[in-house]
Design a protein around this ligand. Sequence first.
Ligand code: MG
Length: 299
Amino acid sequence: MKKEARILGGLFGVACGDALGGTLEFLSKREGKEEYGYLKEIVGGGVWNLKPGEVTDDTMMTIAVACGILQNPKDPLKNIGENFIDWYDGNPKDVGNTVKLAMEGYKRYNSWKKAATYAHKQLDGHTAGNGTLMRCIPAALYYDDLKKIIKVSREQSMLTHYDEKAAEACELYNTIVYRYMNGEEKMKVIEEETTKYQDYEDITSTAKIELNPSGYVVDTLQCALWCFINNGNSEDVICEAVNLYGDPDTIGAIAGGLAGVYYGINDIPERWREKILVKDKLKEIAKKMQEKAIKKDSL
Ligand SMILES: [Mg+2]
């Protein structure tokens, strides 16, 4: 499979999981099932009153990270931060608590380090949310050096979330994505990488009932990995992820990114892809990432 199919797959996997799961955000399983059954179609609505195909913070912050990397591949942090502020200033519907506090902290102190510690203090040290994992995939889609991928994945996490658990989750997730970008086999990669981390080492033997689909980054990544491991195509992975409820758009986005890279863009249902309102932006990013990749190879 060509790299561009995996880059597009990763970006559209995030967006489709986000747009599908956004409908169910903040609904209880009982409420959601009554209204939507087992949700398989991107229909919008929900508490955010989304248009069909409208995405939320998960995809918009992923775009911010991707654009920051493309603007300055060598040292993208400053650009990523500026893109976060631009997005936040546009008054988005859905902003996570930690991100919101970090944005306010940045405006107050003009320093990301101070912004992240400000959020950490305000939340009594509870900043291991999934808000940095949901947006980290562009680092693994763009760079071809694992050390650089890990560095950027962790640094973009620390911009807003002063917590090692969040940075560690980004590192594991993007290491797996990197290996899929290089065509490695699904379960070999999962087994080799998850056993390096205590929080994820039992994921291949975990039962569905043991999952806790919360916004805590460890819970979220366990759910996303589980859905990916236990399903054989992008549609089933994403549907299973959002129908866990809890934090459906983010779990869907994270599981979707993984599945999209592994199975490629053509495996993501066309009826979903066509609905994504930011589809042209995602295609433009993938094209630019691919062009730069070609240049890097020829150096
Ligand atoms: Mg969201």
